[in-house]
Design a protein around this ligand. Sequence first.
Ligand code: ZN
Length: 239
Amino acid sequence: MEWAKRESKNYIFNYHVGSLAEKDIEKIIKLQENCYDFISNCLNVEMEQKINYFLCETSIEVGELFGDNEPCNGCAKEPNEVFAVYNTEVKCIGFHEDAHLISYNLSVPPQTFLREGLAMFFDKVSLGIPQYMWVKYFIDNGLYVKVEDLVINDKFYNYSDLVTYPIAGAFVEYLTTNFGIEKFKEFYASVDEDFDKSFSHTFNFSVSESNNKFINYINCLGYNDAFTEIIKNVVQDKL
Ligand SMILES: [Zn+2]
């Protein structure tokens, strides 16, 4: 299929001629530029080059363009490429992939938990439901996984991303609201393989103390049973 191109302030959008992405391109440009503006203001970093955004028809096409041939709805490739599905069922646009690329200008921490946590912090929701509500559900139903386990990559990949991603996002949100974005950025930029040591050094708490405080915090927040019901159905369906 033939590609067409549209350039905006911070992006080059590539889409197929005659696709839904072509029809919606003005809307997509507006949305991504707003996302870029928010992320780059919040982290106080700019990209050195425009983000090259490929709007694909299928997850198979995303895998082919990314290069690993693994079907995927959206993925970011350093330094400045995003491949994302945009069709009638799946519209993989918004904060997540751009947050990965923009935050790489700060650092690329070795822990997947932290990188995904920052991207999910900008998403704020998973399947349209606030991340803290997912975490509350996991705590109440024996599905919660401790942060001190999730910062170990092998353990992180042992669990479904339906569980790991909302915990990561809600935990990063907890750290930034509790300690401030500057402190969080300092940690993000300095953390090495020894997560525990870097964490206590920056925040003056151990990861396990922080995990307990995080659970206490989540348990203080209100939630709506209608959301709990939706989460329950998704979890029964997918886990
Ligand atoms: Zn991600």
